[in-house]
Structure formats: C-alpha cells, structure tokens
Write a protein that binds this ligand. Structure first.
Ligand SMILES: CC(C)(COP(=O)(O)OP(=O)(O)OC[C@H]1O[C@@H](n2cnc3c(N)ncnc32)[C@H](O)[C@@H]1OP(=O)(O)O)[C@@H](O)C(=O)NCCC(=O)NCCS
Length: 435
C-alpha cells in the first residue's frame, strides 16, 4: 500500500527562493501534482545562486524543488495571463510568495483567483502579518529572525561577541514553508466540508515568533520577578528589561551546557570547531543521582550547594567548570556513551559533514539521495521529515527551467501553433535581446 495522501491535488506553484518552495516540495512529496511557474530565461532566483558550476542548477535549487514540474511563463504578457487563468481554473491550490503587492499588480490577488475558481485554496507567504507596521517590507531569513526576537535572544551574552545572532536553522524560510503547509492541509480538509477554497496567509514573522514561545515565557517571567534562574547571569549578574542572549543554556529549567572535549579523530583540537558535547542535568533527585554516578561526582549529593536543583541554579558556573574538566580528556562520542548509560540527556555536537556521512540516517530516509541525472547525477537532500506507516515519497529529480512547458500547455488544450507563438512573443521563452 503506497497511496499518496495528496494524489490528484493540483498545485500552481508561483513561489521562489526557499520559504514557498519548501512548502510546495512537501506537497509534491505527499503526491500533489505541482507545477512551478518560472520567469522565462530567469527562473527561480536560487537556480543561479551559490552554484558549484556556472552551467548547472545550484544545490540551493536542488534541495527545494524535487518532484515538481516547471513551466516558463511570463505572467505579465496577455497570453501569460490567459494561460495562468486556465491553470488556476483547474487547480486545487495556488501558492505564491512574491513581494507585497506584486500579485495584485499581476492581476492574481485572492479576490480574483477566488472568482476564477471558488474551490481553489490560495496560499501566500509574506514577511509580516497584514496588521504589522512592517507589512510592506520585503523579507529574507535574517529579517524574520531579527524582527521576531529570535536574533536578539540568540548568541553570546557578554564580551566582544555579545551581538544579536542568527540561528543556522532556517526559522524564517523553510520553517515558514512548513507553517504554510499546515494551513494548506487544514484548508484542504475544510474544503472537503464546505466545497470552497479559502485564503491562507502565512507571514515569516509569525512562523518565526511561533518558535520563540520560550522567549515570550521568559519576558513574562522577567517582568514578574526581575531575573531568570536558568541564565548564566543568575544569581550574580544583572538583568535588564528584556530577555538577554542565552549562550548555550538549555532553555527550560534543566541545567544544560556545551562542553569542550578531546578531539575525536586525527584533527588537532585547535582546528576542530566541533569537539563539544551537550550535557543536561535534570532537576529530579533520581536523575541527578544517576548523573553524579556517571560523572563520579557523588560528593555533590551531600553538598548543599549542589544537592537540590534550586541550589544548582545558583552554582552553575562551578558545575560548568567541573563537568568541563571531566569532559576535556574524553571524546564527545565516549561521553555520550558513558552518560547515556546513566540516563543523562547528552549528545555530541555534530558537524554537517558528520551528519551527512551517518549511514543510519540514509537507512531511515532522514537523508535521501536523489538521482538528478546528467552532469549532476546523485545528490543528497533532507527527506520528508515525518514518516507514514503506509506511504513513502518517491523523491524524483528537480525540473529543468521550463522543462514541462509544452506538456502543461498541451494539457490545457493549446495547439502546437499556439505553443510556438507563445515562445516567440515572450510568454514562454525570453525575447531575443535588442541589438
Ligand atoms: C523574496 C523577495 C524579497 C524578493 O523580492 P523581489 O526581488 O522583488 O522579487 P519578486 O519575485 O517578489 O518580484 C520581482 C518581480 O518579478 C515579477 N515576477 C516574478 N515571477 C514572474 C513571472 N513568472 N512572470 C512575470 N513576472 C514575474 C514580480 O511580479 C515582480 O514584478 P514587480 O517588481 O513589477 O512587482 C520578495 O519576493 C518577498 O519579500 N517575498 C515574501 C517573503 C518571502 O517569501 N521571502 C523569501 C524567503 S526565502
């Protein structure tokens, strides 16, 4: 049994860069028929962004556009508008992430699309919610992170590196795509009941802020009591009126930190930036006792500075130092093995190379290899992040720019002559440059 959940669902994908394409790739992996609209001769900006070879699509594009079809279409020409209208009339979803106002200018706002096809669900991504004073701003990843209090609370909290810092994870981009996906799947389920499509608006701001709930929790707590016991600044440092940057604290009430280890391989520790392990001391008595056994620090059990979780919060610097001395002569893998036997939450800090060479992740389809063919051949990407007991995506290649134009136009009933004229008048192929 391998029935695709979205089999038969037609998606017109007017998205580019990362936020929108990450969403439509998931729709494609779930079995929807996704037709990506790309500007003739230009295509999705990521095709030519950070290329490893100037003649080939970048890994950026390849990571986000698997299993889609591509049609070259200039939606500004009269023919382009007519073709897009036909596509929308046969679609279950129309999804876009152009800059604010661009879709209205092109003539395909929600109102228009809803009239063209009342069953069609309209998904849109913008930087900010419509109520925001920033609603008209263009947005990329860092704009979402800095405006959603993610960057102001991330990074080091003292010294020369005390500056707002971005997460390496795409909280503003792919995370927004996944949030939109939730809205679209809900809208699809709603349509099953009402017969009518709705407008799903997803801002990067809201998606990013939705992942910052522990920071809004901290702000409320800070305003009530003036300090945050889980932060390194507690008990001796000063707190201001907003949540500070948190360094490597765990985020909840448990005491976590990143500790330097012995180099795991041949690398000199001075050049190996990832010889670290993350270790958490839980608050419960039983868990703490086991952790002390794992470290060989049983004296902590009877020392009033460490015996209770509240006392440990006040002496976290001494804890960091002692555990740091314990980890210094062991590798991150040895430490993970030792402490996990005592039920201590622990994990090695892994580099991209270490993650991407972990065979077990390929065995479970966390990472998948897609055969793109041609000069690219096989490339690695992150697979569908959840598994289903009765369905597994096929993970097909990414389309070439406009690679499905003729096929899609024929399916709309256009004749060969019409298709040829669209290519000549700039609708589906770039016009020759004026000499
Ligand atoms: C990403 C972003 C900053 C890029 O802005 P941009 O450089 O202005 O690029 P856009 O693709 O939005 O639009 C450029 C132009 O191309 C046009 N265009 C794009 N695809 C087209 C097509 N197939 N046919 C005709 N015109 C097209 C747009 O209509 C727009 O025209 P206009 O400037 O006359 O209005 C902006 O799209 C944005 O803020 N999007 C919303 C948030 C988002 O998703 N950000 C990306 C996160 S990964």
């Amino acid at each position: 049994m391998n029935t695709a959940p979205l089999q038969g669902i037609k998606v017109i994908d007017f998205t580019e860069v990362q936020s929108g394409p990450s969403c439509t790739q998931m729709l494609a992996w779930l079995g929807a028929d996704v037709i990506k609209i790309e500007r003739p001769g230009v295509g999705d900006a990521t095709r030519k962004e950070l290329q490893f070879d100037p003649n080939l699509p970048s890994y950026y594009f390849l990571q986000l556009n698997s299993d889609k079809k591509s049609i070259s279409l200039d939606a500004k020409t009269p023919d382009g508008k007519a073709i897009l209208t036909k596509l929308i009339q046969g679609a279950d979803m129309f999804i876009e992430n152009l800059h604010p106002g661009a879709m209205d200018k092109l003539g395909f706002s929600w109102d228009v699309v809803h009239k063209l096809n009342p069953k069609c669900i309209y998904g849109t991504i913008k930087g900010f919610p419509v109520s925001s004073k920033y609603k008209d701003l263009k947005a990329y990843e860092p704009i979402a992170q800095v405006t959603a209090a993610a960057a102001s609370t991330t990074g080091w909290y003292e010294g020369e590196y005390d500056i707002p810092t971005q997460s390496g994870a795409a909280l503003g981009d792919s995370n927004t795509g996944m949030h939109l996906l939730i809205g679209l799947l809900a809208a699809l389920q709603q349509r099953n009941k009402t017969g009518e499509g709705c407008f799903v608006y997803q801002s990067m701001h809201n998606a990013c802020l939705n992942l910052c709930r522990i920071k809004t929790r901290d702000q409320l707590t800070l305003e009530k009591i003036g300090y945050l016991s889980q932060f390194p600044q507690y008990p001796d440092g000063k707190f201001g009126d907003c949540v500070p940057r948190s360094g490597n604290i765990e985020g909840g009430g448990v005491l976590g930190w990143t500790y330097k280890c012995k180099p795991a391989g041949d690398l000199d520790s001075a050049i190996d930036a990832n010889n670290y392990v993350y270790i958490i001391l839980q608050r419960g008595e039983k868990e703490f006792k086991l952790a002390c056994q794992g470290f060989g620090f049983e004296d902590w059990l009877t020392n009033p500075d460490f015996a209770t979780a509240d006392a440990r919060d006040k002496h976290k610097q001494e804890i960091y130092q002692r555990i740091g001395a314990w980890t210094a002569d062991k590798t991150k893998f040895e430490i993970t093995e030792i402490l996990s036997k005592y039920g201590v939450p622990v994990g090695p800090v892994l580099s991209t190379k270490e993650v991407m060479s972990d065979q077990s992740l390929y065995d479970g389809n966390t990472l998948v290899k897609i055969n793109q063919g041609g000069e690219i051949g096989e490339f690695v990407t992150v697979g569908c992040p959840f598994t289903m007991s009765n369905y597994q995506p096929a993970y097909g290649p990414c389309p070439s720019l406009g690679g499905n134009t003729d096929e899609v136009l024929k399916s709309l009933g256009y004749t060969d002559d019409q298709i040829a004229s669209f290519a000549k008048n700039g609708t589906t192929a770039p016009l020759p440059e004026a000499k």
